[in-house]
Design a protein around this ligand. Structure first.
Ligand code: PMP
Length: 360
């Protein structure tokens, strides 16, 4: 068996030790004679799995006690709607920073519920730099401020946490667990799991206690943060196997890697290695302002776009998978999430240099 290097933006590479452990436990979980997939979500075995996963996640990000961690479904896209449902019960206008495609989708969902104010935008610079703090202009009646920490498609990342007197809400789908985080700065943080958390099908939400009482009265039950919090994210059947796998990923990150401080150092090294190679070449380029270059998603273009197909074919033959950029922007994109090793980045940089020598 050979595991190739997977640079997919999501569902993304999972740590090999996690998959090995899942394989070992697949048919017979801890001598119970059944798979985790086949257990009742209300069984003591699964409740222990769920509680351990949450405890490890809380420990990794030092989540304060006055925050709830919810294990939900529907992906980050569902949070685009859940957030305004849950935070607009007292009125006011939701405020958004627009820095890319995912933020735009979040704004569209808020508009379905009445409207949204764009407090700052990267439109003028072609989504290549995030707004500076002094450019952010909240509306007088702001109910919350939402931003996308890392735009996965554009490869555009915030270099700071915005200051806000209203609850700060953040889509961290593609950056959560890649570095330490001061959760206390936020009202709500959410993330689809399929990048740094686990397989697709699970969505994590971190919500501050005092925000559980702001839902609009018409909020559907399954959309209500309070209902989910009061039921331990088990109001209905949760995605049990994805939850279990996320628990294995948290265990790996905490105990094998040494936590988010350790992974931050590795992630910084991986990204620097690739951006330095791009910048040193006259053949590859990145349009993103250096201060806002994502460590998780590195989009780049070839000087000669007619070589895109052969680049991807040769990369795949060399065992480097999923380097095609998102269909909306084209070019290439290498996603360097936590489970992508330094060896993978080394192999990619080596391939790119060799390709440039042959085709540049
Ligand atoms: N936000 C960001 C930043 C994303 O990268 C993605 C998915 N790539 C989404 C939201 C949508 O997530 P989902 O597919 O889980 O709904």
């Amino acid at each position: 068996m050979t595991r190739k290097y997977n640079f997919c933006a999501g569902p993304a590479a999972l740590p090999t030790p996690v998959l090995e452990r899942a394989r070992e436990e697949l048919l017979d979980y801890e001598g119970r004679g059944l798979s985790v997939m086949e257990m009742s979500h209300r069984s003591p075995e699964f409740v222990t799995i769920a509680e351990n996963a949450e405890a490890n996640f809380r420990a990794l990000l030092q989540v304060p006690d006055n925050y709830r961690v919810l294990f939900l479904q529907g992906g980050a896209s569902t949070q685009f709607a859940m957030l305004p449902y849950n935070l607009l019960g007292n009125g006011g206008t939701p405020n958004y920073l627009y820095t890319g495609i995912w933020g735009k989708k979040a704004i569209a969902e808020a508009r379905h519920l009445g409207g949204a104010h764009v407090a700052a935008s990267s439109e003028a610079n072609g989504l290549t730099a995030v707004p500076r703090p002094e450019d952010i202009q909240l509306s007088d009646d702001a109910a919350y401020l939402h931003y996308t920490d890392n735009e996965t498609i554009g490869g555009l990342a915030f270099d700071y946490i915005p200051r806000s007197d209203v609850p700060l809400c953040c889509d961290m789908s593609s950056s959560i667990l890649s570095r330490p985080l001061d959760v206390s700065r936020f009202g709500v943080i959410y993330a689809g799991a399929q990048k740094n958390i686990g397989p697709a099908g699970l969505t994590l939400v971190i919500v501050r206690d005092d925000l559980l009482d702001r839902a609009k009265p018409e909020t559907p039950t399954m959309f209500n943060y309070r209902v989910m919090a009061e039921n331990g994210s088990m109001y209905n059947t949760p995605p049990t196997y994805a939850w279990y796998l996320a628990g294995l990923v948290f265990d790996w990150l905490k105990n094998d890697v040494g936590g988010v401080e350790a992974i931050e150092v590795i992630n910084a090294r991986k990204a620097a290695r690739l951006y330095d190679a791009i910048d040193a070449s006259g053949f590859y380029s990145s349009p993103i302002a250096p201060i806002n270059r994502s460590r998780m998603n590195v989009p780049f273009v070839l000087a000669d776009e007619s070589l895109n197909t052969v680049f991807l074919e040769e990369a795949e033959a060399a065992g480097l998978l999923n380097l095609k950029g998102h269909r909306s922007v084209g070019g290439m994109r290498a996603s360097l999430y936590n489970a992508v090793s330094e060896a993978a980045v080394e192999a990619l940089v080596g391939f790119m240099s060799d390709f440039e020598k042959r085709h540049g």
